[in-house]
Ligand binder design. Structure first.
Ligand code: DP6
Length: 329
């Protein structure tokens, strides 16, 4: 048998995915656009073996049990179906994120697993098929198969809901600074939060419609040289997503006091002439989008006014196979 190790980098959405049209197929309510980051990634080794009676999964060297393994097993079932085989697998993942960054991500995890597991099962998936497989693990993982900026097309069925890289004008030279507000695991997962929002928030239909249009606008903006337009679209998408949770029943928010403090600081910096815009996922941490020209000045200001750790990121590469080993059956 072949054991395959793959690496995938995490991505941060500039136009958010928030809500599913089909939870079983993992089809989103809207298309989304992201930036893959160079600093945060997951390495995953997968080995199928006739000697295993169950799938095993270790994360950062710790053997997982219960729901964590069941989720990985359900994902591997898709791979087994596609490869028409029934072997169990040993899966070992290591997250490479700065200590306590609070940025461990299902996007890099399932993108790396999709690449490693499909290869270890003997599949040679074409690019759209690989992004569709990653999507079955976690929606945002579909966008971590590629580097740079990526669109995940909403699609109307399994076949048409895939991700692909998009052209970015070199003049934009994007950078993203991750600010850790709180590194503890969030109380409401993305999956649960978006399901609650779809089920109860009257803002959700408006969100899905606006986000679909914004994705197309973002693709056009990234091809141009107007960073202000890219930044405004990104910040607005994040705030609209968070507005849907405030309107859910019961209402909830991922914001913490430090989240708003960072948001306001960036808005003040912008008023003073620094091109910087925020984006916030399903947690309290804030990411700041800027350009290579201004990234040091923005980082200086953040360090001066906040106590929180920051990490400066550039666009990251596509997922890739690190190693293929022949192992004994
Ligand atoms: C706020 O991809 O983690 O980060 O598909 O249920 O696994 P599942 O959710 P996930 O959700 C990501 C939500 C987000 C926005 C985004 O990355 O687009």
């Amino acid at each position: 048998m072949i054991a395959v190790t793959a690496r995938a980098h995490t991505n941060i959405a500039l136009i958010k995915y928030w809500g599913k049209a089909d939870a079983a197929l993992m089809l989103p309510a809207n298309s989304s656009v992201s930036l893959t980051l160079d600093q945060f990634y997951t390495d995953t080794r997968v080995a199928f073996s006739p000697q295993l009676t169950a799938d095993t999964f270790s994360l950062d060297g710790v053997l997982q049990t219960g729901a964590a393994v069941a989720k990985v097993s359900r994902f591997l079932d898709h791979v087994r179906d596609m490869a028409d085989m029934d072997l169990r697998a040993q899966v070992q993942s290591v997250n490479h994120v700065p200590t306590a960054a609070g940025l461990a991500s299902s996007a890099s995890a399932y993108a790396a697993m999709a690449l490693a597991a499909s290869r270890a099962a003997g599949l040679q998936l074409d690019h759209p098929a690989l992004t569709r497989l990653a999507r079955r693990g976690s929606g945002s993982a579909s966008r971590s198969i590629d580097g740079g900026c990526v669109i995940w097309h909403r699609g109307i069925d399994d076949e048409s809901s895939f991700a692909e890289p998009i052209a970015v004008n070199p003049a934009l030279d994007l950078r993203m600074i991750a600010i850790v507000i709180n590194h503890h695991a969030k109380k409401v997962s993305s999956r649960a939060g978006m399901a609650e929002t779809v089920a109860t928030s009257p803002f959700f239909p408006a969100w899905a419609q606006t986000a679909e249009a914004n994705s197309q606008e973002m693709v056009a903006a990234l091809a141009g040289d107007d960073f202000k337009l890219v930044g405004e679209l990104a910040e607005r998408s994040a705030l609209m997503m968070h507005a849907t949770t405030l309107a859910a029943n019961p209402p909830f928010t991922y914001f913490q006091p430090g989240t708003l403090a960072a948001l306001q600081l960036v808005q003040t910096m912008r008023a003073q002439g620094l091109p910087a815009y925020t984006t916030i996922d399903a947690g309290p941490n804030v990411k700041v989008l800027t350009t290579a020209e201004y990234v040091d000045a923005v980082a200086d200001q953040l360090a001066r006014h906040l106590d929180n750790p920051i990490t400066i990121c550039a666009p990251g590469p596509a997922a890739r196979v690190l190693q293929e080993e022949t192992v004994d059956d």
